[in-house]
Design a protein around this ligand. Structure first.
Ligand code: URA
Length: 276
């Protein structure tokens, strides 16, 4: 099989990620009786080069379920009005900049998005950190670098086929977790943002994004690993995958295994596999 440059790069990135994540043995989860005749292994789809042997051996997951779409009522009328009035990414940015909010006073730069707006794939994080605040771009710090490597392992790149944003456009002081009130103020803007860029798939990175958009009380470890349906006003239901935040993976490297399972789920959906 001939691989082109992009496929080779994707394979190498996947391999590097596997090694970085400690998958340096091509062992499967369950022992295999190789003395018994087996049906030929199913071909791995060409667009899934990232499935290195160790990763392919991950146990099958329960069938994904669709969560009921939740209606969202803006917490702040002013925020709701400003968000609803935005009819382009420029006016959305101007609306966010115009909204008086304590976070605006302590942050340096507004952080709206990075990547290809019409790529069809939007990843939503929590809030800018110090590096993002300085550069005015999401996910440019250490967790952003991990995110880039994770995405590269399934052939996704922010410069080519992904778009990144956050629930909060301003850095919370000291990188603290956003409060529910902050999430509620900015969620109408995120929903408007999604309606403007019209993703076919959404990935929620971490508990804050999952809580703000799915309006569910369960923690990220229960919400991750399956597709939900997010009702985006003006756009309709969008298949939405919740997964672990890269900053969490930096603190809990053992959880990278679950993140890898989620990435494979995403890759399959991007390749057109039906979302149950
Ligand atoms: N963490 C996030 O959730 N978003 C960023 O932009 C950076 C770190």
């Amino acid at each position: 099989m001939e691989l082109d440059q992009a496929e080779t790069a994707a394979l190498l990135a996947a391999l590097e990620l596997q090694i970085a994540w400690g998958a340096d043995e091509a062992l499967e989860e369950a022992p295999q009786d190789r003395t018994r005749a087996r049906a030929p292994a199913a071909a791995v789809p060409a667009a899934l080069p990232a499935a290195a042997p160790a990763a392919r051996a991950a146990p099958s997951r329960p069938t994904p379920v669709l969560a009921p779409a939740a209606a969202f009522a803006p917490a702040s009328r002013r925020a709701g009005e400003l968000a609803a009035g935005a009819d382009s990414l420029e006016t959305l940015r101007a609306a966010l900049a115009a909204l008086e909010h304590p976070l605006r006073e302590t942050a340096g730069n507004l952080v709206l998005a990075d990547g290809v707006a019409d790529s069809g794939l939007v990843l939503v994080g929590e809030a800018p950190g110090a590096d993002e605040d300085r550069q005015g771009k999401p996910f440019v710090g250490v967790s952003g670098r991990l995110l880039d490597r994770m995405l590269a392992s399934i052939g996704v790149e922010r410069a080519r086929n992904a778009y990144l944003t956050n629930i909060l456009p301003w850095r919370p002081p000291g990188n603290r977790t956003p409060t529910d009130a902050e999430m509620n103020v900015f969620t109408p803007f995120v929903l408007r943002h999604l309606a403007l860029v019209r993703p076919r798939h959404i990935v929620l990175l971490g508990g804050t994004a999952a809580k703000a958009l799915l309006r569910r009380n369960e923690g990220i470890t229960r919400l991750r690993g399956k597709w939900h349906s997010l009702e985006v006003p003006g756009l309709g239901p969008v298949p939405t995958l919740a997964t672990l935040h890269p900053a969490y993976l930096l603190r809990q490297p053992a959880a990278k295994r679950e993140a890898w399972t989620d990435l494979r789920l995403l890759r399959r959906a991007l390749d057109g596999a039906p979302i149950p």
